[in-house]
Each structure stands twice: as structure tokens, then as C-alpha cells.
Design a binder for this molecule. Structure first.
Ligand code: NZQ
Ligand code: ZN
Length: 388
């Protein structure tokens, strides 16, 4: 196993009723709270009323910061930071999914920083030597695992770059996770968020080292859990057990636990982020299109792991198959699952234009942790193969 340091500063309160039980106590030290949220789902679901009721009863001054869009932009971060400064916000409470949580992390930094946070913390890796605004989150959709890490993926529209950095100091101080809050997530978003979970696990699993290590064992269990529980949640969106498992799978995939001792790939994420920067496509959908095609490009370099994936995740029997045949059967099983759960399989469906592909490929980050380092030419080939 590779050497590592492990830390996770977020305190998680998980389960039905957790917001009612703990929110008041968690916000006690602060009098002015910024309530940040997305496009309005929390108003329709009743979550907004519940949260506002608790904050009002506790006598908080609430500053609302609504309208955080999917794929949050740097402009929105700047708007939030301005508002936080103007209103003397003492803590941020983000209520939503990855987009809200990521935007709030960037706002918590920008509100306490005089320079340009994009240039100093996203365009390149920076050092946070000051206290960002305290941040707590209430998760309403499972997927990114943003509640338990310092990662924030921001889109700079002018520069056509969507990129993420993980700063441990941006870990939320607390995360409230009530699986019932996810019942209202539209089926398509539940599926794409769940594929994002699976992708985070696969992007970590398919990387060195291949020797026996506990992270790979944990990941196989997590992948089986995502597949099983997503099928259950599709059958019954109000299946509490399934929703709970998906919600915790999502945290487990991105709270750094499974990354210990692993190199991590995330080339599909690099590619998807740039597709998102150009097309504003849904994150999980973009990943679903790319994964099987990318894996058919690299499986030979990671053959033992692709064989394990086929056997231990998809339960494919050896039955005299060669390693290569088994590996390909595992990738085929992944592709069949993507079709089964109704995710798109072509970039065309995501709204990408054929003539854009070369430019998008040219802008993608190249992962140092993949089984085989991509070139921009090969990324373009992958884009072309999954175009239609
Ligand atoms: O905006 P509202 O109206 O709230 O609706 C949202 C949004 O339309 C809706 N939704 C959320 N909770 C709901 C609900 N609808 C009904 N009931 C509920 N309870 O779901 C839609 C998608 O929300 P969003 O937050 O955009 O989705 P997700 O959690 O998938 O986040 C995606 C963003 O996170 C980034 C992605 O790139 C993308 O920008 N990522 C962040 C990561 C991290 N910080 O660690 C890692 C990921 O790999 C990812 O890159
Ligand atoms: Zn992701």
C-alpha cells in the first residue's frame, strides 16, 4: 500500500429527522446565517420551510442566497461572496446537492479573501492560510459526496474551464443527511447521481497499486451496494433502506477513505468536466457515456483489476474465459447496466457538437494516476467513438 495521511474534518449527522434534531444546536454560535440553495426544489419539497422554521425559531438573521445552478459558475461564487460580506454573514448553510455545496465552499473562501480566488485557488493549487467562513451542509441528493470532502468543482464560463480542487480546509464543519430528503429527487437525477457515485469508485479502483489492499475490497462492496440499491430505488423511490444506502455510498466514495493507498485515475472526470464546460451537460450523464469506451481503451494495462471487476462486482463466472474475455465481459456488464437504468450512451444526446470535439479534447486535463496516460489525440478518439 502507498503511504498516506488520513483526515476528515466533517461531522456527519445521518438519518431520518436529523435536521429537526440537530440544526438548531449546530448553528448556535452564529447569529447571521446565509441560507444557500439551488433553483427551488427545496421550496417545492418542503425542506425550505422546515429549515427556515428551525432558523427563525432560533432567532437567526437569515440571508438568502438562492439560484445556485447545476455546474456552478465562478460568477455565482463572486455574487455569494459579495453578499456574505455586505450582510456580515457568520456562517453558510448550503442546502442541496453537489452544485450548492461546491459553490458554498468557494464562497466561504472568497468571502474571506481579497484576491481572485479563481486564479489563486482553482486555476492553480493554492494554500489556504486563513479561516474560510464556517460552512455546514444539508444534503438533498446523493451523488457527489461533496458533503465530506474539500472538493469544489467550479465552471469559469469566460475561460471555458470546469475544474475542481480538494482543499481539506473547505470540508464542511457538519453535514446533515436525511435520506427522506432525497425522495423527491427526479428519477433521472437519482440515476445520474448514482452513476456519479459508481464512477468515483471505479475511477479510484482502476488505478495502481493492484496488489492486495483493503481499499479495493471496500470498493467492490460499495460498487455492489450502489448497483443493488439503485435498482431498488428505481423500483420504489420511497424505499428508505435503498435511499439510505445510496446516500452513504455517495459519502463513502468521496470522503477519502477508499483513496488511501491508491493512485486514483479520474481521467473520465477530467473529460466530463470539460464536456460540461462546453455543453453544460449533466455530470453523471456525461460520465456514463464516457466510462465504457474509456475502459475499452485502457483495460489491457490494468487487466488483473478488470478481471476482478467482472468477477467480484458483476458476478461473471470464469467458465474457461481468458483474462481478456473476462475483462471485456465486465465492461460489457457495465455498459448494459447503463442502458438498463436509462442513462444516455452518446455525446450527441448530451448536446455536444461534432465540430467542438477537438477543441474540448484539447482542453482536458491528463491524469497522472491512470493505468495508461492518455494523450489528447486518444481523448479525441474516445470522444469520436462515443459521439453517436
Ligand atoms: O437546483 P434545485 O432546484 O435544488 O434542483 C436540483 C438540481 O436541478 C435537483 N435536486 C437536488 N435535490 C433535490 C432535487 N430535486 C428534487 N428534490 C431534491 N431533494 O437536482 C438537480 C441536480 O443538483 P446538483 O447539485 O447539480 O447535482 P449533483 O449533486 O450531481 O452535483 C453536480 C455538481 O457537483 C460537481 C459536478 O461536476 C457538478 O458541478 N462534482 C462535485 C464533486 C465534489 N465536490 O466532490 C465531485 C464530483 O465528481 C462532481 O464533479
Ligand atoms: Zn463525479
Amino acid at each position: 500500500m502507498n503511504n498516506f495521511i488520513f483526515q476528515n474534518a466533517t461531522k456527519v449527522y445521518f438519518g431520518q429527522g436529523c435536521v429537526k434534531e440537530y440544526l438548531s444546536c449546530l448553528t448556535k454560535p452564529y447569529s447571521t446565517v446565509m441560507l444557500a440553495y439551488g433553483g427551488g426544489s427545496i421550496k417545492r419539497s418542503g425542506i425550505y420551510d422546515e429549515v427556515m422554521g428551525i432558523l427563525s425559531a432560533a432567532g437567526k438573521q437569515v440571508v438568502e442566497f438562492p439560484g445556485i445552478m447545476a455546474n456552478p459558475t465562478y460568477r455565482k461564487v463572486q455574487e455569494g461572496a459579495r453578499l456574505a460580506r455586505e450582510k456580515g454573514v457568520e456562517m453558510i448553510l448550503g442546502v442541496g446537492g453537489g452544485s450548492v455545496m461546491d459553490c458554498c465552499k468557494a464562497v466561504s473562501l472568497a468571502a474571506r479573501y481579497d484576491g481572485d480566488v479563481w486564479e489563486d485557488f482553482w486555476a492553480r493549487s493554492g494554500v489556504i492560510d486563513f479561516e474560510p467562513l464556517p460552512l455546514g451542509v444539508i444534503v438533498t441528493v446523493a451523488g457527489t459526496g461533496s458533503e465530506c470532502n474539500g472538493g469544489a468543482v467550479i465552471t469559469n464560463e469566460e475561460k471555458k474551464v470546469k475544474t475542481g480542487r480538494d482543499y481539506p480546509r473547505l470540508n464542511p464543519a457538519f453535514a446533515l443527511m436525511d435520506p427522506v430528503y432525497t425522495y423527491t429527487v427526479p428519477a433521472g437525477q437519482m440515476v445520474s447521481g448514482s452513476f456519479d457515485i459508481l464512477s468515483h469508485i471505479m475511477e479510484t479502483y482502476f488505478s495502481e497499486p493492484n496488489e492486495d489492499n483493503v481499499s479495493d475490497d471496500i470498493m467492490e462492496a460499495l460498487m455492489r451496494s450502489v448497483i443493488r440499491n439503485l435498482r431498488a430505488a428505481i423500483r420504489d423511490p420511497r424505499d428508505y433502506t435503498a435511499r439510505s444506502n445510496l446516500m452513504w455510498d455517495s459519502t463513502m466514495a468521496e470522503n477519502r477513505v477508499i483513496k488511501m493507498g491508491k493512485k486514483c485515475d479520474f481521467e473520465c472526470h477530467n473529460m466530463e468536466h470539460q464536456l460540461g464546460a462546453y455543453t453544460d451537460c449533466n455530470h453523471g450523464q456525461g460520465l456514463a457515456v464516457l466510462h465504457p469506451v474509456y475502459y475499452r481503451h485502457i483495460y489491457r494495462e490494468g487487466l488483473p483489476k478488470f478481471v476482478r471487476f467482472a468477477e467480484n462486482v458483476w458476478g461473471i463466472p470464469r467458465d474457461g474465459k481468458t483474462g481478456e474475455e473476462l475483462a471485456l465481459a465486465g465492461i460489457d456488464a457495465l455498459a448494459a447496466f447503463i442502458r438498463e437504468i436509462g442513462l444516455p450512451t452518446t455525446l450527441k444526446e448530451l448536446g455536444a457538437k461534432k465540430e467542438q470535439l477537438a477543441e474540448i479534447a484539447g482542453s482536458c486535463g491528463i491524469s497522472a494516476g491512470s493505468y495508461r496516460r492518455m494523450t489528447r489525440e486518444e481523448i479525441l478518439e474516445i470522444f469520436q467513438e462515443c459521439y453517436e
